[in-house]
Design a protein around this ligand. Structure first.
Ligand SMILES: [Zn+2]
Length: 60
């Protein structure tokens, strides 16, 4: 493991960590069922991704 050569001040450490906050999820609407879903993920409601059915969901 790398060993730090010089000590960083608390201000320098905290300034670096100011950018570490978690970003909100990028939500988009599904092209098949129009439910809100995470972009670049399979739709949780209907199982579609990229215009194709990836996971077959049971129809009620
Ligand atoms: Zn969908």
């Amino acid at each position: 493991m790398a060993v730090p050569r010089n000590r960083h001040s608390n201000a320098r450490k905290n300034t670096k960590r100011a950018h570490h906050a978690k970003k909100p999820l990028m939500l988009s609407t599904c092209s098949n069922c129009a439910a809100s879903c995470i972009s670049h993920r399979i739709c949780g409601a209907c199982g579609f991704y990229g215009g194709k059915s990836i996971i077959a969901k049971e129809k009620v």
